[in-house]
Write a protein that binds this ligand. Structure first.
Ligand code: 5RP
Length: 215
């Protein structure tokens, strides 16, 4: 699958225009995108990063990393996903970077999602849905999630997010109304962000292959 990830990532370079500040997601597919971006870095002003991991890779390549508070809205955000349905709704957060990813997606005019074919699904939920939670609310939120969804939340052991929080992964969901579930989970006190990107889905999805498919 890594070849498919690379092909998707390289196709996404076509969306980068001269002088842009590019929003950059997190993960192994995005790592290929950063490597490709490095080759045209003279054409861009810099990047806004969604994680310490992506920041380190961007800086290794000499790409300037800027603060979203200073850049204002972005024209382009490129990120991967764990699952993608036919309406470009996504599950994200396998890399625990969902909150900053969601912030940058919200700030961006165009969200280009880069995936390998295994990420395509009819109904979201086979991949456990990540939720970032304030540590003291972890048990409370887990109990509420069980009552609300019937899913099984598990604490992602040993993981602390870049924001100092924990991750619950909700297993055994079949997400037929992703916008509703995203809204409901977001309202639980202690939830920082939900890894459902349905209220703000991707605008473009690139599925890696020879040739890549753009939908
Ligand atoms: C990180 C993410 C990633 O985009 C998602 O986990 C996909 O990762 P990969 O490209 O390594 O398959 O949401 O929080």
């Amino acid at each position: 699958m890594s070849e498919a990830k690379r092909l998707a990532a390289e196709k996404a370079i076509e969306y980068v225009e001269d002088g842009m500040i590019v929003g950059v997601g997190t993960g192994s597919t995005v790592a290929y995108f950063i490597d490709a971006l490095a080759k045209i870095q003279h054409r861009i002003k810099g990047a806004v990063s969604s994680s310490d991991q992506s920041t380190a890779r961007l800086k290794q390549h000499g790409i300037e990393v800027l603060e979203l508070n200073h850049t204002g809205n972005l024209s382009l955000y490129v990120d991967g996903a764990d699952e993608c349905d036919g309406n470009k709704n996504l599950i994200k957060g396998g890399g625990a970077a969902l909150t900053r990813e969601k912030i940058i997606a919200e700030a961006s005019e165009r969200f280009v999602c880069i995936i390998d074919p295994s990420k395509q699904v009819k109904v979201l939920g086979k991949f456990p849905l990540p939720v970032e939670v304030i540590p003291m609310a972890c048990s409370l939120v887990a109990r509420r999630i069980m009552d609300m969804t019937g899913g099984q939340p598990t604490w992602r052991e040993g993981v602390v997010t870049d924001n100092g929080n924990v991750i619950l992964d909700i297993h055994h969901l079949e997400i037929t109304d992703p916008v509703k579930l995203e809204r409901e989970l977001n309202q639980l006190p202690g939830v920082v962000a939900v890894g459902l990107f349905a209220r703000r889905p991707a605008d473009v999805v690139i599925i890696g292959g020879e040739p890549p498919i753009v939908i």
